[in-house]
Write a protein that binds this ligand. Structure first.
Ligand SMILES: O=C1O[C@H](COP(=O)(O)O)[C@@H](O)[C@H](O)[C@H]1O
Length: 241
């Protein structure tokens, strides 16, 4: 895991986007680039920057969009991760609907987690037994949750399903989340960490996953083959193999 600190959110997102573009350039099999998006405030900033600065810099037509997680609400709900991507990215860039594979947050969560697990299984190539994304953009919350795997839903880190149902510990909102084995199936993890209240959590992350720091983010970042954290929350840059 490498954590690099930048002077502000935009610079962190620019560095992350540069790495995304390098991954796209390296892919030379002529097949679509399968990208898994996260949601939340960080993703909203990222979409706005992409439209402002990367409209003509990224081959948008080559990308097929998937999600790391979704809140179980309709797409028109202000909480919908797809809803933000649609308003802030897909509509402004005229992304074709058949390039977007969203999680149906409006459907019964258990049924939808199974359906989306199948979609990903059928659509994506495999590495070993599991589907493989060309890049996963992963977020981390102030409580060190990642995807929608929260400190009180740790079994999802080793769940054998591709996607499963989770629940936010405070709001009790249902979520559908990619599970640990799929997140850790060799896909490059690009991890922008922006927003207030995340400094302490990042300092803890540097210590790695242990009995005293058993958080979802620490588990994922400690077990990932390649994970790069782009932050702007004022910690020293850090690298650990
Ligand atoms: O609830 C969620 O939170 C995380 C982090 O979001 P942020 O607002 O702190 O940037 C996000 O990665 C995840 O996709 C989302 O559903």
């Amino acid at each position: 895991m490498i954590i690099e600190n930048f002077k502000d959110d935009k610079d962190a997102l620019r560095a992350m986007t540069g790495e995304l573009v390098r991954h796209m350039d390296r892919k030379d099999d002529g097949l679509p680039f399968n990208l898994a998006l996260s949601g939340g405030g960080t993703a909203q900033k990222m979409f706005a920057l992409w439209v402002d600065e990367y409209k003509d810099e990224i081959d948008w037509d080559a990308i097929r969009f998937f999600w790391v997680d979704e809140r179980c609400v309709p797409p028109t709900d202000p909480d919908s991760n797809y809803g933000h991507a649609n308003e802030l990215l897909f509509k402004p860039l005229h992304i074709p609907a058949d390039h977007v594979h969203r999680i149906h947050g409006e459907v019964e969560p258990g049924t939808e987690a199974m359906r989306y697990s199948r979609v990903v299984k059928e659509y994506l190539p495999r590495h070993g037994q599991l589907p493989y994304f060309d890049c996963i953009i992963l977020g981390i919350g102030g409580d060190a949750h990642t995807a929608s795997i929260f400190p009180d839903t740790l079994p999802l880190l080793t769940d054998s399903r591709n996607y499963a149902v989770s629940q936010h510990p405070e709001s009790h909102q249902f979520r559908i989340t990619m599970t640990g084995p799929l997140i850790l199936n060799d896909s490059p993890l690009l991890v922008p960490v922006l927003g207030p209240g995340k400094k302490e959590m990042l300092e803890e992350l540097k210590k790695g996953y242990s009995a005293t720091n058993p958080t979802p983010a620490a588990y994922i970042l400690s077990h990932a083959v390649e994970a790069y954290v782009y932050s702007a929350v004022f910690i020293d840059s850090f690298s650990r193999k």
